[in-house]
Ligand binder design. Structure first.
Ligand code: 6PG
Length: 463
């Protein structure tokens, strides 16, 4: 393992716990020291401070994984490795690299006789230590050499490892990128429900804990709802307040959500809830302007027009509806990108390995798994009968919640975008005929007709 930050260290310790003898490299002697001192008794874990030492200790073909920040650091590691590698050695990038960088690196390394695997790893620090979801792609020749180790360390659902070969070239990193896009969408949706419960209904943190607990105990059971539940009970150690109330409302982002949106746009795939989630994180950064605007534009004082319990029930339904739509958008992106970028992503395996270990794991993944089992070529999960039934049951309450939120003046951009996506997707006829007419009017861009094939142009200006 190259890079012994907490993720690299934890994943390596996880491998050691599963009986693999491992070596961790970091120039920083303190990090190699921490690695060795945190190894479980009886495991073989060695920390080294030079690449030469590491290379000496590894069997061939060498399996060298790096967990370093995306971008230049990955190229730097490759550069340092080149002189010491032997033909057939396998280099694995387990970070959140942009898939186009991975594509370039796969080619570059192949030309030199080395294997390069772009691999998504999800689950944060704890996941890395106890069982992450792992999304390797690329070099099929290399996969058998790393498969046993990855299967051993990954999370398991019903005994099935949450790791599978995710497709050609940079597919592993593409799948992880879209995973993170969905992660952004769900996090934004949960934050909107929090806003409505907290500012809208006036619930305090202990009441919020109870709502998210109930949700997580039911059909909304998921990692992100579960951690949200626990966040509300965490006390600040600097004041006597709850920690969540002491956190500045500006969201950070390392880029994977934005990349998902950017790439979806390039490929012509609509993922409006992911786009919205990226936008709202961006808007959160304008704290000073928001403060000024809040003094000018007051929030309406309308109350929720239904009893508290009813509203909470409606809100849970809306979150459930919107979560499904978020997965639907991300999975639809994967299905199209797989074809367009010739990655051969096995959709059925992707939802299988997202069932455990990763940040977007939820009981819904089991339903999606069944949908792809029935039809591996499913273009959009909204077309599956069982999923359609789930959405049908929740769509009215999604509308109700959005109407209440609009009256109360609280932003629910992600909820609204899921509903609009749903309403447009289920429209046999969209108002896009008018857009075509306008384009033809001002730019002679032509249009197609509903009653005969061909391309047409009309003179639109009134005589
Ligand atoms: C995961 C996470 C992980 C990381 C995010 C954070 O699957 O384990 O997605 O990869 O925590 O990239 O992303 P932002 O900093 O962009 O929110």
């Amino acid at each position: 393992m190259i890079g012994l930050g907490v993720m690299g260290r934890n994943l390596l310790l996880n491998m050691a716990d599963h009986g693999f003898a491992v070596v961790g490299f970091d120039k920083d002697a303190q990090k190699t020291g921490t690695l060795e001192s945190s190894a479980s008794p009886g495991t073989t874990v060695k920390g080294v401070n030079t690449l030469a030492e590491m290379i000496q200790l590894l069997e061939t073909p060498r399996r060298i994984m790096m967990l370093v920040p995306a971008g230049q650091p990955v190229d730097d590691v490759i550069h340092d490795l080149l002189p010491v590698l032997e033909k057939g050695d396998i280099v694995i990038d387990g970070g959140n690299s942009h898939y186009t960088d991975t594509l370039r690196r796969v080619k570059f390394m192949q030309e030199k006789g080395f294997h390069f695997v772009g691999m998504g790893v999800s689950g944060g620090e704890k996941g890395a230590r106890n069982g992450p979801s792992i999304m390797p792609g690329g070099d099929l020749e290399a996969y058998p050499h790393i498969k046993p180790m990855l299967e051993a360390v990954s999370a398991k659902v019903n005994g099935v490892p949450c790791v599978a070969y995710c497709g050609k070239d940079a597919a592993g990193h593409y799948v992880k990128m879209v995973h993170n896009g969905i992660e952004y969408a769900i996090m934004q949706l949960i934050s909107e429900t929090y806003d409505l419960l907290h500012r809208g209904l006036g619930l305090d943190n202990e009441e919020l804990y109870k709502v998210y607990k109930n949700w997580n105990d039911g059909e909304l059971s998921s990692f992100l709802v579960e951690i949200t539940r626990d966040i509300f009970l965490k006390k600040d150690d600097k004041t006597s307040n709850y920690l969540v109330d002491m956190i500045l409302d500006k969201a950070g982002a390392k880029g994977t959500g934005k990349w998902t949106s950017q790439d979806a746009m390039d490929l012509g795939i609509p993922v409006p809830t992911i786009d919205t989630a990226v936008n709202l994180r961006e808007l959160s950064a304008y704290k000073d302007e928001r403060t000024q605007a809040s003094a000018i534009y007051k929030t309406p004082t309308a109350d929720v027009p239904v009893p508290k319990e009813v509203f909470i029930q409606q809100l849970g339904d809306a979150l459930f509806f919107a979560m499904i739509i978020s997965y639907a958008q991300g999975l639809a992106q994967l299905a199209v990108a797989s074809k367009e970028l010739n990655m051969e992503i096995p959709m059925h395996d992707v939802v299988k390995i997202w069932r455990g270990g990763c940040i977007i794991r939820s009981t819904l993944l089991e339903t999606f798994f069944k949908a792809y089992e029935k039809n591996p070529q499913l273009s959009n999960i909204l077309l599956d009968g069982e999923i359609a039934q789930l959405l049908q049951a929740k769509k009215q309450n999604t509308r109700n919640v959005i109407i209440h939120a609009i009256h109360m003046g609280y932003p629910v951009a992600a909820l609204m975008s899921t509903l609009s996506y749903f309403d447009a997707y289920r429209s046999e006829r969209m108002p896009t005929n008018l857009i075509q007419a306008q384009r033809d009017y001002f730019g002679a861009h032509t249009y197609q007709r509903i009653d005969e094939p061909g391309t047409f142009h009309s003179e639109w200006e009134p005589k």
